[in-house]
Design a protein around this ligand. Structure first.
Ligand code: NDP
Ligand code: NDP
Length: 315
């Protein structure tokens, strides 16, 4: 049990947050992480409104602990998502991929805690000015949608820490207790972890995707589509098509044409490893086993404490 600004803000035991991930973090994963003392997040970006409603109500049955919903602000039906979140009295919302000015006040007026995900100090200050309660600063190592600036977690966290006064959650490149401790030394109050939680029985991602992560090697992911919406992907046939097009100078329109519709669903939910989009972070090469989410939370936390004690021996 650790008492700091984030555990107190969310009323959780351990400063470990499971990232909201499209097609991957439904109510099963979110409730398992919350029950283990962390904060689980339902990734609503891939859910039609009725599916989101189902996942929130199932989550409330599966856990009495706090949980959150991630809302990417570019979601097409966002008004409906916000309406459901307010109606279901979701306690915490993580917004991402958009301007935090639009929804923060509306959610906060309903008593909801609002956290916004950013990739730079400037965006972090904007989120603080918009009234957010905390910030997730996500470095270049992270999977899925990513900042254009390519600032790594090691460089990003201390700068965001200096730029804001609200609590800070570090993300990108964190999958074990050593990495968690490093992020906290850099100034984070908590960590947000995505990729590690894909390889759990509770994640709704396809087993082909989980297995692909387990057998991935260092260097197997890369940032793609910087001309449109930058996204870190595992290298596969689809990635290579995009890469070839980028190398020959294809326009944003051409890239969007190759992307088509529903690539993320194909890759991560339906397990089409060649033709789908596989959004995962650089740490995928460090993930070797599928384990229950609760075991991962406990292991990372225990390892973080042990490493903190071990490191003092050097000084
Ligand atoms: P479901 O709610 O369909 O549940 C799967 C299993 O869990 C069912 O066998 C059900 O048993 C059982 N179950 C349902 N509710 C509870 C509960 N409250 N407590 C305990 N057990 C329960 O979940 P899924 O994650 O499989 O998916 C539901 C829908 O959401 C699907 O349409 C799927 O496509 C979509 N989905 C979308 C995601 C996204 O990111 N967009 C992510 C995950 C899923 P029984 O039928 O016997 O009640
Ligand atoms: P596409 O436009 O290619 O496809 C939309 C996908 O989202 C489809 O697979 C569709 O499911 C599903 N979907 C869920 N709700 C709706 C809705 N109301 N209208 C249309 N489609 C819906 O988008 P992507 O797959 O690339 O991304 C999907 C969404 O995920 C984005 O809109 C964004 O919100 C979010 N996203 C956010 C990220 C982040 O914040 N970090 C990262 C990645 C994605 P179906 O195929 O069953 O119709």
């Amino acid at each position: 049990m650790l008492k700091n600004r984030i555990t107190q803000l969310f009323n959780i035991e351990k400063p470990i947050i499971q990232a909201g991930m499209v097609w991957t973090s439904g109510w099963k994963l979110a409730s398992a992480v919350s029950n283990a003392g962390g904060l689980g997040i339902i990734g609503s970006g891939s859910m039609y409104p009725d599916v989101l409603e189902h996942h929130i109500s199932s989550c409330k049955v599966a856990t009495e602990k706090p949980y959150a919903v991630n809302v990417p602000l570019l979601y097409p039906d966002i008004e409906k998502h916000i309406e459901i979140i307010i109606k279901e009295k979701v306690p915490i919302v993580f917004t991402s991929a958009g301007n935090p000015k639009t929804w923060t006040k509306i959610l906060k007026d309903e008593g909801i805690i609002v956290v916004h995900v950013v990739s730079s100090s400037v965006f972090a200050q904007k989120a603080e000015a918009a009234g957010c309660d905390a910030i997730v600063a996500e470095g270049f190592e992270a999977g899925g949608h990513n900042g254009r600036e390519e600032t790594t977690t090691l460089v990003l966290i201390p700068q965001v820490k200096q730029a804001i006064s609200i609590p800070l959650i570090a993300a990108g490149g964190i999958a074990n207790g050593q990495q968690m401790l490093a992020a906290m030394v850099l100034g984070a109050d908590a960590v947000q972890i995505g990729s590690r939680f894909i390889c759990t029985p509770e994640a709704s991602a396809h087993s082909n995707f989980k297995e692909a992560i387990l057998s991935s090697k260092e260097g197997d992911t890369m940032l793609s589509m910087k001309k449109t919406v930058p996204v870190r992907l595992m290298k596969n046939n689809f990635f290579q098509q995009i890469r070839d097009a980028e190398l020959r100078g294809a326009s944003a329109e051409e890239l969007n044409e190759i992307l088509g519709r529903g690539r993320a669903k194909k890759g991560m939910f339906e397990g089409q490893l060649d033709e789908g989009e596989l959004e995962v972070g650089q740490v995928s090469s460090m993930i070797k086993q599928i384990k229950p989410a609760a075991d991962i939370v406990a292991e990372i936390w225990n390892e973080c404490i042990a490493e903190a004690q071990a490191v003092t021996k050097y000084f």
